[in-house]
Design a binder for this molecule. Structure first.
Ligand code: SAM
Ligand code: SF4
Length: 329
């Protein structure tokens, strides 16, 4: 098991497949992009599958989520999914993506064994999409979403980040659209994980703001608190059901006490928290021919040291050196 000193057990593994992306969301990376990881530093497909194998057979991982950067940019993605689906025990598998390219790959991903997708979409207005992501690709995202739904990668979840002055007024429109399309919408509070270090607490849209805005058009009933479990999203029943809406309030209502995550970066580092300032290299062990037991031991040790919380409320909080796109969101 991957247990820490506070008794939390990690069963959910986030695997970043690349730090590259074809969008430039303003809350994530600068217009010019970032200094991407060098190819030799990236884990190979074989190395990734080996680590996931160790995670499910020896470390109690039950769920694997592929992310990035943009995971659909990883050429070997379908093959990785297929090989992970063949592992014993087989983990649940999902993908967090911006949706561009999903139209082409959704059916193949489903066939390979992917269970679900989360597609990030912050606005339905083409001009706002272009300003927010610095690319004119809204149509591609919508086509990708439809393909994912048709392929049975369901329930399709939508992740939305709201930004003041850009799309903060769009929460009710996004929810009306998601309900109509049968997508499950979750709003994510903007976190200090952007490469530009531009985040401020005063400049973010809070869970409270989002709920107040939604309530101008919908009746929201809290889902029982026992149903949140380790899931980061608090959920509300929309207009009596059956649809739900979630809010991931990492900043204003943190859920660190119930966190069940462990993260693997595209260059083979274990992070025990999104906000951790330290990482543990598994790549070094992998490439020095360490046996599975040794890799599992290093991974356990990395998780054992997980801090009680993100430290966001601590005046001495320092943003991690890596941005969200390089950690794997
Ligand atoms: N490119 C893929 C995507 O956008 O879905 C996967 C990686 S992205 C880093 C994963 C999620 O993190 C997305 O839903 C994105 O909106 C969210 N995200 C990125 N930067 C964020 C930030 N500073 N605060 C909150 N969420 C953020
Ligand atoms: Fe790319 Fe996802 Fe970051 Fe947007 S949030 S720039 S899609 S990695």
């Amino acid at each position: 098991m991957l247990i820490d000193t506070y008794g939390r057990v990690a069963t959910d593994l986030r695997v970043s497949l690349t730090d590259r992306c074809n969008l430039r969301c303003t809350y994530c990376m600068p217009e010019e992009g970032l200094q991407w990881l060098a190819k030799p530093d990236l884990l190979t497909d074989d190395e990734i599958v080996r680590l996931i194998d160790i995670a499910v057979t020896s470390l109690g991982i039950e769920e694997v989520r592929f992310t990035g950067g943009e995971p659909l940019l990883r050429p070997g993605l379908v093959g990785i999914v297929e090989r992970v689906a063949a592992l014993e025990p087989r983990p649940q598998m999902s993908l967090t993506t911006n949706g561009i390219g999903l139209k082409r790959t959704a059916a193949a991903l489903k066939k390979a064994g992917l269970d679900r997708v989360n597609v990030s979409l912050d606005t339905l207005r083409p001009d706002v999409f272009k300003t927010l992501t610095r690319r004119d690709r809204l149509k591609d995202v919508l086509a990708g979403l439809e393909a994912a739904h048709d392929a049975g990668l369901t329930p399709v979840k939508i992740n939305s980040v709201l930004m003041p002055g850009l799309n903060a007024d769009e929460a009710p429109d996004l929810l009306a659209w998601a309900v109509e399309q049968d997508y499950e919408l979750r709003f994510i509070e903007q976190m200090p994980l952007d490469a530009q270090h531009g985040w401020t607490r005063e400049g973010m849209v809070t869970a409270g703001d989002i709920l107040a805005s939604l309530r101008t058009r919908f009746e929201l009933t809290p889902e029982g608190s026992d149903e949140r479990g380790s899931a980061p999203a608090e959920r509300w029943i929309v207009d009596g059901g059956p649809h739900r809406v979630g809010v991931i309030a990492s900043v204003t209502r943190p859920f660190c006490g119930a966190c069940d995550r462990t993260r693997l970066t595209a260059d083979g580092q274990i992070r025990n928290c999104l906000f951790a300032r330290e990482e543990t290299s598994l790549r070094a062990a992998l490439r020095s021919d360490a046996p599975d037991e040794e890799i599992a031991r290093i991974w356990r040790l990395a998780m054992w040291g997980k801090k009680a919380g993100s430290g966001l409320d601590d005046p001495s909080f320092l943003q991690p050196d890596r941005p969200m796109s390089a950690i794997g969101g």
